[in-house]
Design a protein around this ligand. Structure first.
Ligand code: AGP
Length: 609
């Protein structure tokens, strides 16, 4: 999983490419490189971050056409020789994705006297492109690239330059994101619009199995049979400021603080508390189909999967719909028993997670209808699913998902009420209560944010611990899972999220006076049960940090620290508790001086298997 960029125009390419790569660093940041046309192709690359690359490029480097790459290693260690661009004589290539048949191609190319300098799969693309252009009579870059991608198995977004065709930048896409930025006298190609948003808001999304050419003043797109594709540009509605830190020390903190707005945007225009209805015009499911549904399968990874667990509980409660939650990477290689009458719900912030996309394709092959819940307009999942329910959280740059998680929860509540009303499971009055509760969430989140000093104090107190447990029951179980994921991801503290009732079946053996236990104990029908679980861990000398309602004074008797949330509808409390746990992780990581926005070994968007 990597970020690619390309620029062709009348300005100096290096500063534009470096700036764009910095915006894409969230996609990977273990090595980086650029090629710029400067009478010939000049390439600089390095194992390290974009700022390290900046230091090795001559300050006066000229050239107004170039490509660049920020890498997250899949094939070959993060070393300079494995960094992109990869070269073959006068051809230079950057690639995001995985070439599955690269070993077979590599052997063939070695037999044709091509010398490999890296361990990557990408280098075969460069040599194959060179071979197709020079030895197979494909005279131009575009034809050469078309011939090349026909031989590739796997996923790719490619940008390529050839020294013999200096006024051209070629691109191709299959199963990895690629978007073109339409400028004036200049054009851009990138894995994500944030790369060039500073220069243009006009974009064209490239589809799978399309290739094309950028010139400073034109964009041509073709299918693999060489037929020209015509596609209008779309306008991006958010601006670069939204993708920058706005004065916060980290993107993660900024994104945590954006939650009152991101949630408001997600439900805006969809809720009527007077009628107790949710309007989801974007869903192409007919009421009859909804009534006939027997089962739903939620497919997701990571944080989105944690949201899916909450989805299961509320679909079953509010819509009477049996729901399974599947880890996408497992689902795609299992033997799901599907008859085509199930509803698939894919949850993916980025809309580009390779495992989730593959799992949705697999469920579609059984004839299942699908809904995607995603934050990224135009992402690949939006073209795979039958219907798309957008979370309107705005761009999330921090690797740790925060505002997109709570927006996913809100999307799931809305979907559950919508399905439940049509299926006659949730009454108008129950729906009204929930809708009123959802509308109160932005203000209640703001109250939680205003208490961040108390959360910071707690985080600092336990930042030196090696292990943490997070426990919760029913809807607070996914909150515990997500709290643990956040903590381990950004603070590198080992953390386990557990259904509190499961502790006594094994994990209790790990509880000592050195293990803080975070108990999510907001009021609800399992409240008494979690109090018992708290007593179990207290009896093993654990320090207990409870997340509890404002008006709950009983909890103080049993725990060491209480982090409060405003009292809310039982089903909605997970949104508020999650914000507390996001801040707890953030301040713990801050106390440990961790790389919060770009944790080690992780990347924002996991576009490889
Ligand atoms: C969470 O903080 C992580 N960034 C990660 O678990 C993420 O949720 C997962 O990779 C799935 O991503 P998606 O929602 O974009 O599909």
């Amino acid at each position: 999983m990597c970020g690619i960029v390309g620029y062709i125009g009348d300005a100096q390419a290096v500063p534009i490419l470096l700036e764009s790569l910095k915006m894409l660093e969230y996609r990977g940041y273990d090595s980086a490189g650029v090629t710029v046309f400067n009478g010939k192709l000049e390439t600089y690359k390095i194992a390290g971050r974009i700022k390290d690359l900046e230091a090795v490029i001559p300050w006066n480097m000229q050239g107004s056409t170039g490509i660049g790459h920020t890498r997250w290693a899949t094939h070959g260690k993060p070393e300079t020789r494995n960094a992109h661009p990869h070269l073959s004589s006068d051809v230079s290539v950057v690639h995001n994705g995985i070439i599955e048949n690269y070993m077979e191609l590599k052997e063939r190319l070695i037999g044709l006297d091509y010398e490999f300098k890296s361990d990557t799969d990408t280098e075969v693309i460069a040599h194959l492109l060179h071979f197709n252009m020079k030895c197979r009579g494909q005279k131009c870059l575009l034809d050469g690239l078309a011939e090349t991608v026909k031989e590739l198995k796997g996923s790719y977004a490619i940008a390529a330059l050839c020294a013999e065709e200096p006024g051209l930048l070629a691109f191709a896409r299959k199963d990895s994101p690629l978007v073109i930025g339409v400028g004036k006298g200049s054009n851009y190609a990138a894995s994500d619009v944030t790369a060039f948003l500073k220069h243009t808001k006009e974009v064209i999304y490239i589809n799978d199995n399309e290739i094309g050419l950028l010139k400073p003043d034109s964009i041509e797109i073709f299918d693999l049979e060489g037929k020209q594709v015509s596609r209008n540009a779309e306008i991006i509605e958010w601006d670069l400021e939204a993708a920058e830190k706005a004065g916060y020390e980290h993107f993660m903190l900024k994104e945590i603080h954006e939650q009152p707005t991101s949630i408001q945007n997600t439900f805006a225009g969809k809720l009527s508390e007077l009628e107790g209805t949710v309007t989801l015009e974007e869903l192409y499911l007919k009421p009859d189909e909804i009534k006939r549904l027997k089962r739903a399968t939620i497919i997701a990874c990571g944080t989105s999967w944690n949201a899916g667990i909450l989805g299961k509980y509320i679909f079953e409660k509010l819509a009477g719909l049996h729901t399974d939650v599947e880890t996408a990477s497992e689902f795609r290689y299992s033997n799901p028993v599907l008859c085509g009458e199930e509803l698939t719900i894919a949850i993916t912030q980025s809309g580009e997670t390779a495992d989730t996309l593959a799992a949705v394709r697999s469920s579609s092959s059984y004839g299942c209808r699908s809904i995607a819940i995603t934050n990224v307009v135009g992402s690949t999942i939006t073209r795979e699913a039958d219907s798309v329910l957008y979370t309107r959280a705005g761009p999330e740059i921090g690797v740790a998902a925060t505002k997109t998680f709570t927006a996913q929860l809100v999307a799931l509540y809305m979907l559950a009420i919508y399905l439940g009303r049509i299926r006659g499971v949730v009454s108008a009055n129950e729906a009204k209560d929930l809708i009123v509760g959802i509308k109160r969430l932005p203000g209640q989140i703001q109250k939680v944010l205003n208490r961040k000093d108390a959360i910071n104090e707690c985080a600092v107190q336990f930042a030196d611990k090696r292990d943490y447990f997070f426990i919760g029951r029913y809807l607070n179980y996914p909150v515990a899972l997500e709290g643990a994921l956040k903590l381990k991801e950004i603070s590198y503290i080992h953390a386990e999220g557990y259904a509190a009732g499961e502790l006594k079946h094994g994990p209790l053996a790990l509880i000592t006076d050195e293990t803080p236990v975070v108990a999510i104990a907001t009021r609800g029908h399992t409240y008494e049960k979690i109090l018992s679980n708290i007593k179990e861990v207290k009896a093993r000398n654990a320090t207990v940090i409870a997340v509890a309602d404002d008006d709950d004074t009983e909890i103080d008797k049993y725990v060491d620290v209480v982090l409060r949330v405003p009292s809310s509808h039982e089903l909605l409390a997970p949104v508020l508790s999650s914000v507390v746990l996001q801040l707890l992780s953030y301040y713990t990581a801050l106390a440990k001086d961790c790389s919060i926005d770009k944790p080690r070994n992780l990347a924002k968007s996991v576009t490889v298997e």
